[in-house]
Design a protein. Structure first.
Length: 187
């Protein structure tokens, strides 16, 4: 059964071979907004050269782990790399095809194995600004930094409660082998 020309129905939620471009833009927009606001919160929260340095280091880490590390380490083992004319929620399967060869789908679950595994780095990139901004607020309170902190927390909540459960993971072809989907009971 076709669903909006994007995927095949599986239960109540269609499973996409090609995510709608609006979903890909939403996912990446929220990701980049989280990273940029997080870096700004760290930079403004600590000020001076130290804050700007820490904000820049965080932003570099977050962008590299997502847009370089994922396509090189996780994406080669994802089913979306092998599917013709496919587009995953992040769009990174398209990038991955340009720089790597397909891996083994059985290794896709390895993304959650080890202390510095891609899953942990991804979660760290989301958590670091929240953890880093709290002391800055205590040391030198600022409404601007508080506003950024609230926005970053809201983006994180939006990611977990809306994007993952209603836009991304629920429609993913890899959810049956993905440790994230399994932990959210979507597999």
């Amino acid at each position: 059964m076709r669903s909006e020309g994007y995927g095949v129905a599986s239960g109540t939620a269609p499973v996409y071979t090609r995510y709608p471009v609006s979903s890909v833009l939403l996912y990446n927009g929220v990701t980049i907004a989280h990273y940029l606001l997080g870096a700004a919160g760290i930079a403004l929260g600590y000020g001076y050269w130290v804050g700007y340095f820490l904000g820049a280091v965080y932003l570099g880490f977050a962008l590299v782990q997502m847009y370089v590390g994922m396509p090189l380490k996780v994406c080669p083992n994802c089913v979306y790399v092998r599917l013709e004319d496919s587009l995953c929620i992040s769009g990174l399967n398209v990038v991955c095809r340009q720089f790597t060869s397909p891996g083994d789908v059985k290794d896709f679950g390895n993304r959650a194995k080890g202390a510095l595994c891609p899953n942990n780095l991804y979660l760290a990139a989301l958590a670091i600004p929240i953890v880093a901004i709290i002391p800055a607020l205590v040391i030198d309170f600022s409404f601007a930094v508080l506003t950024i902190f609230v926005a970053v927390v809201a983006l994180l909540a939006f990611r977990f409660f809306v994007i993952f459960s209603k836009v991304a993971c629920v429609h993913c072809r890899a959810k049956n082998v993905c440790p994230n989907a399994k932990s959210m009971k979507l597999a």
